[in-house]
Design a protein around this ligand. Structure first.
Ligand code: SF4
Ligand code: SF4
Length: 396
C-alpha cells in the first residue's frame, strides 16, 4: 500500500469533482435526518444509507470518528461531502475535540448532522455522585459542542456486563434522554464486546451499540452473532476499529478493503473510521457508494489477516493472569493510542483514568501473563506507563 499523502481542502474538492467516479459536492444537498425518508439526493448520489436500528436515523454507511482529528477543515470537508454523523467523546483531546466540532457546526442547519458523544464509566463514592458527575460532564460536552442536544449519548468504553448495567449509569443515561438533551442512548465497547452487547440487549434501555469490529474477527463468528442478535433486537449498530489496529508486522492494512469488509455485514448500520487526512477521507467516501470487494482487496485482507497485528485488540485472554490484577487490555490500548494513533493525549488520559501507579510492575518476580498475540506485556507496560508523568502541557 502506498502511504497516504495529505492534500489541501481545495485540492481535495477539485479531486472529488474530477474523477470519473467522483463524489459530488453535497453542501447544498443536506436533508433532514430526523424524518423517515432518505435525503432526496440519495438515488442521484448513490450513497448507501442504512437505518440505525430503532432510532430510525437514516445514516450513510460511512461516518467520521473525530477522535484523532484536530483539523476543522477536514471535519467541514467530511460534512460537505456527504458524511453526516460525527463521533466524539467528552475526554477526546481533553475537551478540545468537542470544541473544534462545535466551531465547525456553527451555522449549519441542526437537522443536517448527527452528533454522538461519550461519557466515561467512572464510578464515584456513591451512586448519586456517579450519576451527578456523569450528567455534569455531559452538560459540559453540550456546551463545548454549542448544542442543546446530541443524537446519541454513549456510556464510554465498557468491557463487562456489570458496568454496562450499572444502575447509576443507566439512571444518568435515562435522565439525559428524558430531558431531551440526547435523543438516544448507547454503550461503546472495545473489548469483551459480545458480553457488553448481550447486556445492552438485556437492559432494554440502550438504543445503540458502538463496537470494535473488523476483518480480524472473521474466525470464531462470536462477535458477528452478537451483532446480529442486537440488530434483530432493534439496536442500532455502529462499528469502530475497522482497520483492526492498522499496521501489521511489515504490512499496512488496505483501509478501503477493511472498511468494506465490515460493511458487508448488513447488521452494521454505519462505521466511524478515524481518518485524519484528506486522502483518507477521499478513500472512505468512495466506500459509501460501492461496497463490493474487488478480488485484489479480498486477497489483501486474506494476507493482512494472516499477519499478526502490532496492537492488542482486546481479546481479554490475559484477564486475571496478572497477580497484581493490572488492567492489561486497557494499558495495551494506551500503547496503541501512543504508537498506532500517535495520540499521546488520549493515551495519557486513559492511563490516568486507570487505577495504576507509575511503576505498576515493580516487585513482580517475573511476568506470568501469556498474551494470545504473543506481545511482551510487561515490556509494553513499562514503555507506555511513563506517559503518566509527562506534564500534560507537553502533550495536549
Ligand atoms: S510483570 Fe506481568 S505479571 Fe507482573 S505485574 Fe507486570 S503485567 Fe503483571
Ligand atoms: S491477551 Fe494480548 S491481545 Fe488479548 S487482550 Fe491481552 S494483551 Fe491484548
Amino acid at each position: 500500500m502506498k502511504a497516504a499523502k495529505a492534500v489541501g481542502r481545495k485540492d481535495f474538492i477539485k479531486k472529488s469533482f474530477a474523477g470519473a467516479a467522483g463524489i459530488a459536492f453535497v453542501g447544498s444537498a443536506r436533508a433532514s435526518l430526523h424524518n423517515t425518508e432518505p435525503p432526496l439526493q440519495q438515488s442521484e448520489r448513490k450513497i448507501i444509507y442504512r437505518t440505525l436500528g430503532k432510532t430510525g436515523l437514516k445514516l450513510p454507511i460511512v461516518s467520521m470518528g473525530v477522535m484523532n482529528s484536530d483539523n476543522p477543515a477536514l471535519i467541514a470537508a467530511a460534512l460537505d461531502n456527504g458524511i453526516v454523523h460525527l463521533d466524539t467523546a467528552h475526554g477526546y483531546m481533553r475537551g478540545r475535540n468537542e470544541e473544534i466540532i462545535g466551531r465547525v457546526l456553527k451555522g449549519r442547519p441542526r437537522d443536517s448532522f448527527v452528533i454522538a458523544t461519550k461519557i466515561a464509566d467512572d464510578k464515584m463514592e456513591s451512586a448519586k455522585e456517579t450519576e451527578k458527575v456523569f450528567l455534569d460532564r455531559f452538560n459540559l460536552s453540550l456546551k463545548r459542542l454549542g448544542l442543546d442536544y446530541v443524537e446519541i449519548l454513549y456510556l464510554h468504553s465498557t468491557s463487562n456486563r456489570a458496568d454496562t448495567l450499572h444502575e447509576p449509569f443507566l439512571n444518568a443515561l435515562q435522565a439525559a434522554r428524558k430531558s431531551g438533551k440526547t435523543r438516544f442512548v448507547g454503550v461503546s465497547t472495545h473489548s469483551r464486546q459480545p458480553e457488553v452487547i448481550q447486556a445492552a440487549i438485556d437492559s432494554k434501555i440502550y438504543d445503540v451499540v458502538l463496537t470494535g469490529y473488523n476483518f480480524t474477527d472473521s474466525g470464531s463468528g462470536v462477535l458477528r452473532e452478537a451483532i446480529a442478535k442486537a440488530a434483530k433486537a432493534g439496536l442500532g449498530i455502529v462499528a469502530m476499529k475497522t482497520l483492526g489496529g492498522g499496521t501489521r508486522r511489515g504490512v499496512t492494512v488496505n483501509p478501503k478493503a477493511a472498511l468494506k469488509w465490515v460493511l458487508q455485514d448488513t447488521n452494521v448500520h454505519t462505521t466511524i473510521p478515524g481518518f485524519t487526512t484528506f486522502d483518507q477521507l477521499h478513500t472512505d467516501l468512495s466506500v459509501m457508494e460501492d461496497l463490493a470487494l474487488t478480488r485484489e482487496e479480498q486477497e489483501d485482507l486474506k494476507l493482512q489477516g494472516s499477519v499478526p497485528g502490532l496492537y492488542c485488540l482486546g481479546c481479554e485472554t490475559c484477564t486475571g493472569q496478572c497477580p497484581k490484577n493490572l488492567p492489561i487490555p486497557d494499558m495495551m490500548r494506551a500503547y496503541m493510542y501512543t504508537y498506532g494513533h500517535r495520540n499521546l493525549g488520549a493515551a495519557q488520559d486513559l492511563l490516568l483514568s486507570l487505577d495504576v501507579s507509575s511503576d505498576p510492575c515493580r516487585g513482580c518476580p517475573g511476568c506470568t501473563v501469556s498474551c494470545a498475540k504473543g506481545f511482551d506485556v510487561a515490556e509494553r507496560i513499562s514503555d507506555v506507563v511513563r506517559l503518566r508523568d509527562v506534564p500534560s502541557s507537553f502533550i495536549a
